[in-house]
Ligand binder design. Structure first.
Ligand SMILES: Cc1ncc(COP(=O)(O)O)c(C=O)c1O
Length: 407
């Protein structure tokens, strides 16, 4: 992002701060839509970033909402989504389903026989009719970095269960019409070829399952997993050729011509828009090591890698205060009183001094809200949206409170 704007935002709102470029969101949506087969529908997965400013931008580009919680529902409503919302997720409570129904959500991704029965019961109680796609975990293994299907996982119906005798009967439930199949293989799918292969596999699954169970497959949500670098300035993914590859697969599917083809994306649509601006609080030596202490850490960035559950991504830190010659190797840590608060170890980076403002690019997806925001009860940083060099609005994430309040 533009260094002058970054400095202005920090001066005005304080550090640390997430800044989101709405033009980048629009550009990614335009590119991705161009690379999907004609007539496809694209959903935005709010889990990547529920910021209403981002979601609104995507809605204006004709993207629909895919949500998994009541907080995401509120974010979608805040962004102006009124219909066509899909609600999914493996553990839908009665309370959550009721909230969706009260708010006009009528289409679901259904994860199990229990989930189907619960959706039906709640629809009957609310006196409404709903539709659901069956989320299927195909027998075939995927091409994805974080595989969620094609492996034993908690997501979706194991395909074998749906192909077994009696499955169709168990899904004949009041006020619930099964009208499609949903397959999500995983995230960061590395190439156009892999994306096409996964799509083919999802379409084959949708065809097999709908034929076996005897329902009309009106919608096939074949997932996505469109990639983008995380917290690094590596080049963004080139999707050139994707449309041709997907068209071949789609036209060969028996569902072509009678089914609405859908894709979903979080990361690709919003990752590039986000920059984390942070200030150096300390630079200190411990034995042979240098530690750079920032005012941001695993409570704002890093998601699940903050707890060491998944590998830390390589980080890019750009010094916006001054270009300093040379390179240092440092452990980059945050302000939390925990040795886990580490953003990078042995990081090669430009020399820094106390007070320097640094930027971490490509953190618009799985940044702030995927991190340990409540850990150590620090203040939540502002999230500021901008267009060109103009700030447009600012938000603060309030799902968690920074300290308890009696209720
Ligand atoms: C069912 C489902 N759809 C979509 C997504 C979004 O994935 P991505 O951000 O990689 O596009 C996820 C991510 O976990 C998911 O679980």
């Amino acid at each position: 992002m533009n260094a002058d704007l970054a400095r202005q935002l920090i001066e005005k709102h304080g550090s640390p701060l997430f800044a989101y470029d709405l033009d980048a969101v629009k550009a990614r949506a335009v590119t991705l839509k161009r690379e999907l087969p004609e007539g496809s529908r694209l959903y935005y997965s709010f889990k990547a970033n529920p910021l209403p400013a981002i979601a609104r931008e995507l809605r204006e580009q004709g993207v629909r909402a895919e949500i998994t919680s009541d907080g995401e529902l509120r974010a979608a409503q805040n962004a102006g989504f009124t219909d066509g919302i899909v609600f999914g997720g493996p553990g839908k409570s009665e309370k959550m389903i009721a909230r969706m129904l009260e708010n006009g959500v009528r289409h679901f991704s259904c994860e199990s026989f229990t989930d189907a029965a619960r959706l039906s019961q709640m629809a009957v109680k609310a006196g409404v009719n709903i539709t659901a796609m069956l989320r299927v975990n195909p027998q075939q293994a995927p091409d994805a970095r974080l595989a969620m299907s094609g492996v034993e996982s908690q997501f979706g119906f194991d395909e074998a269960l749906l192909l077994a005798e009696g499955a169709a009967e168990r899904l004949k439930l009041p006020n619930l019409t099964i009208n499609g199949v949903h397959v999500y293989f995983g995230t960061q799918v590395a190439s156009v070829e892999a994306l096409a292969r996964n799509t083919q596999c999802a379409l084959d699954t949708a065809s097999r399952v709908s034929t076996a169970l005897g329902f009309e497959c009106e919608v096939a949500n074949v997932g996505g997993g469109f990639p983008w670098p995380y917290a690094s300035d590596a080049a963004g993914s080139d999707l050139t050729g994707l449309r041709d590859a997907l068209e071949v697969v789609w036209k060969a599917s028996p569902l072509h011509g009678k089914t609405q083809l859908c894709f979903e994306s979080g990361r690709y649509l919003c990752a590039s828009s986000g920059t984390l601006l942070t200030t150096v609080l300390d630079v200190k030596k411990a034995g042979s090591k240098t530690f750079v202490v920032l005012d941001t850490g695993i409570h704002h960035l890093g998601g699940m890698s903050g707890l060491g559950r998944i590998p830390r991504a390589a980080l890019t830190l750009i010094n916006l205060t001054a270009r300093r010659d040379g390179e240092i190797v440092a452990d980059v840590v945050g302000p939390l009183c925990s040795p886990l608060d580490s953003l990078a170890r042995g990081q090669k980076m430009p020399p820094v001094e106390v007070g320097d403002v640094l930027a971490v690019p490509n953190v618009g997806a799985y940044g702030l809200t995927a991190s340990l925001l409540g850990f150590l009860s620090h203040e939540t940083p502002w999230e500021v949206a901008y267009r060109g060099s103009q700030e447009t609005e600012k938000w603060v994430f309030q799902c968690w409170h920074n300290s308890q309040r009696a209720v």
